[in-house]
Design a protein around this ligand. Structure first.
Ligand SMILES: [Cu+2]
Length: 234
């Protein structure tokens, strides 16, 4: 009986440890690196060769969509090449930062680097805030940042790159309000999509933690049953 109590204590400690392991990944949100280069370019706006002096992020109007999940850290860098004639900046409406510092104009030949945590789900604008702001936006320096809420559907849609399979699965499950087949659920539980590496990676901590909990529970149940049987025999 003493041995049995000791084993029960060990299994309880094991369960607590496994619980700790499982809570760690939840606290470790991913970091998404985003780099924009301000480009002052001439863009053609009709078929007659008419051009417009545009100011852009990476030569695109609007700028690239930045897509992250609630709790992610955005590691942002704005490069303003020395060839540009104007200062430029970034104003992420999803960021809660010291706007006078992080969103300040960056002179040509300089780079601004800052981080922020995407705390609130939603779709937000980003734009250049260098004076005169309206002119910088009108010339093309604007875009969207989408902060997906944590959840089943958005889990596979992190980042701005995803496979057609992920999109299909997500839309199907969302439309039918149901979970996929068990095998898919297991695969989705074990693997996470890494938007930067553009591939699936096994979430070893989550899988190992779940196995530890499962084994701990089994051990606990076996010990309880053994104890009950011994008590009833007495
Ligand atoms: Cu600008």
């Amino acid at each position: 009986m003493k041995m049995s109590n000791k084993l029960m204590k060990i299994s309880a400690i094991g369960l607590m440890a496994a619980g700790l392991v499982l809570t760690v990944p939840a606290a470790l949100a991913k970091t998404v690196s985003v780099t924009f280069t301000a480009k002052e370019v001439s863009v053609e706006i009709d078929n007659k060769g008419t051009t417009y002096p545009a100011w852009t992020y990476d030569g695109m109007i609007p700028g690239k969509v930045v897509r992250v999940t609630e709790g992610d850290v955005v590691d942002f860098k704005l490069i303003n090449p020395k060839e540009n004639k104007n200062s430029h900046s970034i104003d992420f409406h999803a960021a809660e930062v010291d706007v006078l510092d992080e969103f300040a104009p960056v002179k040509p030949g300089h780079t601004k680097h800052f981080k922020f945590t995407a705390k609130r789900p939603g779709t937000y604008m980003y734009h250049c805030g260098a004076p005169t702001m309206a002119q910088h936006i009108a010339r093309g320096m604007y875009g969207l940042i989408i902060v997906d809420p944590k959840g089943k559907i958005t889990r596979y849609m992190n980042g701005i790159y995803f496979l057609p399979f992920e999109l299909k699965m997500t839309l199907l499950e969302a439309a039918e309000s149901k979970s996929g087949p068990t095998i898919n659920r297991v695969l989705q539980f074990c693997y996470s999509y890494d938007p930067e590496g553009q591939q699936y990676v096994m979430n070893i901590t989550k899988v190992a933690g779940t196995l530890i909990i499962f084994m701990g529970l089994m051990l606990f149940l076996v010990l309880v049953l053994v104890r009950k049987r011994k008590t009833s025999n007495v």
